[in-house]
Design a binder for this molecule. Structure first.
Ligand SMILES: NC(=O)c1ccc[n+]([C@@H]2O[C@H](COP(=O)([O-])OP(=O)(O)OC[C@H]3O[C@@H](n4cnc5c(N)ncnc54)[C@H](OP(=O)(O)O)[C@@H]3O)[C@@H](O)[C@H]2O)c1
Length: 259
């Protein structure tokens, strides 16, 4: 299928590794010029080089932290009029809410709710005026299946999807869609960090937990980032203009409900 987005411009936040990188690759393969934002310069530049040499599209690196106004301005300076916006950043560390301060909560909100909303605020009106826009937020299955140890994610991400659910109904008449991708377990750095955070003195080892999580998924494996990237590219396609305000699970069927 020709996705009809060759020549478009995408601004991808949190795209030097893992799921964001896979989305950048998938869009670049469709001929989309991509601007990638992340905090760590060497990893970011290496990823940009890989995408450039594999696909031949224009690839722009922007070093910035999306939780800060400076980082968001730098992102926009790298791609002032994006047709596609991907919001993504670090997830939270697991823990017990009794140990979290107000500052911990504000950090989680900046990364998983307010940073993405600010990026949408800065780009959505231009998209509506140009009559094309695709906004994707990478969130987590935790918005449908609360993860007991991930209270910061359960709370902050629910705030984001609740907000964009309303906005998505206001933008779609201008051919601007907003959708959330809800990953289950994926073979990436965030998953490794998550498992490291679950290790307890005298408890199961990293390898035991890693294998048990795969075995507990109906697909008996972790998702591959490229699988989520391909789904993202379709949701960003010309053909997906009637899909908006959706929370789209990509989880090997781990969500147990019919609806
Ligand atoms: N992987 C999973 O199984 C899974 C499951 C459910 C939900 N998720 C969520 O999906 C998201 C992506 O996961 P992943 O596995 O792809 O993570 P990852 O491999 O750690 O990649 C995160 C990317 O975001 C960048 N980043 C992080 N914080 C940033 C910030 N403040 N500003 C700009 N860039 C930032 C990172 O680069 P720098 O560190 O250099 O900035 C990196 O490029 C996370 O929020 C995660 O919690 C993942």
């Amino acid at each position: 299928m020709d996705l009809g987005i060759s020549g478009r411009k995408a601004l991808l936040v949190g795209a030097s590794r893992g799921l964001g990188k896979a989305c950048a690759f998938a869009l670049a393969r469709e001929g989309v010029a991509v601007t990638l934002v992340a905090r760590t310069r060497d990893v970011l530049e290496q990823t940009c080089g890989e995408i450039r040499s594999t696909t031949g599209v224009t690839v722009t690196p922007v070093v910035g932290d999306i939780t800060t106004p400076e980082g968001r301005q730098a992102a926009l300076a790298g791609c002032p009029e994006p047709d596609i916006l991907l919001n993504n950043a670090d997830g939270p560390v697991p823990g017990d809410f009794r140990d979290w301060s107000r500052q911990d909560w504000l950090g989680a909100l900046d990364s998983m709710m307010l940073g993405p909303i600010e990026m949408i605020r800065l780009t959505v009106d231009g998209m509506m005026a140009r009559k094309f826009g695709r906004i994707i937020n990478i969130v987590s299955r935790s918005v449908k299946i609360p993860q007991i140890e991930l209270g910061l994610s359960n709370g902050a991400r629910a705030g984001l999807v609740g907000f964009v659910g309303g906005l998505a109904r206001q933008t779609v008449e201008h051919n601007v869609t907003i959708n959330n991708l809800l990953p289950g377990i994926f073979d990436s750095d965030a998953q490794r960090r998550h498992i490291n955070g679950m290790l307890e003195e005298g408890g199961k080892s990293f390898d035991e937990i890693w294998k048990a999580r795969a075995a507990g998924n109906p697909a008996r494996r972790y998702g591959r980032p490229a699988e989520l990237g391909a789904y993202c590219a379709f949701i960003c396609s010309e053909q997906a203009g009637f899909v908006t305000g959706q929370n789209l699970l990509v989880d090997g069927g781990s969500y147990p409900g019919t609806f």
